[in-house]
Design a protein. Structure first.
Length: 105
């Protein structure tokens, strides 16, 4: 099941696995939490869709950041911006950087 967010993933670094990371992050964003058998926590909570736009954007950004920490620790969310289209579709422009996975410090 998909929500009505159209993700655009922007990297702030070069990565030879950029296509794979983009696909995984897009899947996380487009999946509604609770719809994946075997891992009901995967995906984003869709309740924010019924909130006013500014509050929904904040809740989306917080949820995305928490889910990336859990499911994709190799990246981190640096920024999330939104563009609303006339037809009601929302474009989420998500800028990512390298995460903390593998750091020994």
């Amino acid at each position: 099941m998909k929500n009505n967010i159209i993700p655009q993933i922007v990297f702030d670094y070069e990565d030879e696995e950029a296509d794979y990371i983009r696909e995984c992050l897009t899947t996380l964003i487009e999946t509604v939490e609770g719809t994946v058998p075997g891992n009901r926590q995967f995906g984003l909570n869709s309740e924010y869709l019924s909130y006013p736009q500014e509050e929904a954007e904040n809740l989306f950004a917080i949820d995305l950041s928490e889910k990336v920490d859990e499911f994709m620790p190799e990246i981190q969310i640096i920024d999330t911006q939104f563009n609303m289209e006339i037809d009601g579709k929302v474009h989420a422009i998500v800028t990512i950087g390298k995460g903390d996975e593998g750091d020994d410090d």
